[in-house]
Design a protein around this ligand. Structure first.
Ligand code: SAH
Length: 271
């Protein structure tokens, strides 16, 4: 409450659904209101940052709290909307805890779509997409993304591949069979310019069945890749593959966009 407007730094960052523009009022639900008031102990007048995946990032001041609600008044735009890489992650559901980790880490690593797919040896036969989405939202808020990954409806892998867009490279992370080292394959595709649409497919803890790998490889956009000589757990494979893609052809490279997080002092960012 005491900060002068020009020195006000947002106390937290929230994803909201509502449109964002100067003067817009934004209402927060019970959970968010509780978080701001009782966990962060914010007060009327305190400033937070908000984003909705469409209108960029804005500063908003807490307008008032009520029983189970909080309202914000949107003031100034902090960042214009910018889309991240066009990178999907298809993954076979794994146990709770590990799948939460996948949603969180994939979001931090810039994935634009999370898509659970059931394969022959997938163990859990259901997936809680609401929980995955909640994990993704929290990770988007924390990592200063301007978007939250889309959440695709979970389905059988064959069904997902049946309507596969031809222009989207599908890197199949295969623990068996003929593959190219991931770095070699990604570097070749991403050479020189902005990378085209891409996706990674990671199998279940039980691995892919050979017949399944054969089927997937029939698709013309598939590039089977290897992640080295060790078997990685599915969650490790997700992080390793995405980090590799980002470093070789994604937004960790200089493709004209920002390669460092925003709002850090020059001293901190000039490493
Ligand atoms: N149980 C299987 C391994 C499954 S690992 C076995 O013992 O053979 C889970 C998933 O992670 C795999 O389906 C694959 O998509 C990915 N993965 C793990 N290690 C990999 C590697 N060395 N190369 C490529 N993909 C790998």
């Amino acid at each position: 409450m005491s900060d002068q407007p020009q020195t006000r730094q947002p106390r937290t960052r929230l994803y909201v659904d509502s449109p964002l523009a100067e003067g817009q009022a934004v209402g927060l639900d019970h959970e968010r209101a509780h978080f701001l008031r009782h966990v962060l102990r914010l007060d009327k007048g305190d400033v937070v940052a908000v984003f909705n995946g469409r209108d960029g990032e804005w500063l908003a001041a807490i307008d008032g709290f009520g029983k189970g609600w909080c309202s914000l008044a949107v003031t100034t735009q902090r960042r214009a909307q910018q889309d991240g890489p066009d990178l999907w992650l298809l993954f076979a559901p794994i146990k709770r805890g590990r799948i939460d980790f996948v949603a969180e880490k994939a979001t931090e690593l810039g994935v634009s779509r999370l898509w659970p797919v059931f394969t022959r040896r997938t163990d859990p036969n259901r997936v809680n997409t609401d929980r995955l989405r909640a994990n993704a939202i929290e990770a988007a808020e924390q990592s200063e993304r301007l978007t939250v990954p889309e959440m695709s409806e979970p389905m059988q892998l064959e069904k997902a591949l049946a309507a596969w867009p031809a222009e989207r490279t599908l890197y199949l992370c295969a623990e068996a069979g003929n593959v190219r080292p991931i770095a070699e394959a990604v570097r070749e595709k991403g050479q020189g310019s902005k990378p085209g649409p891409a996706a990674f497919l990671i199998g279940p803890e039980g691995g892919f069945a050979q017949s399944e790998l054969d089927e997937i490889c029939k698709l013309s956009s598939v590039v089977p890749v290897g992640l080295g000589p060790r078997i990685l757990r599915a969650d490790t494979a997700v992080v390793a593959a995405l980090a590799c893609w980002q470093a070789l052809s994604g937004d960790w490279t200089a493709h004209g966009g920002d390669t460092r997080p925003p709002f850090r002092s020059p001293a901190e960012s000039a490493v």
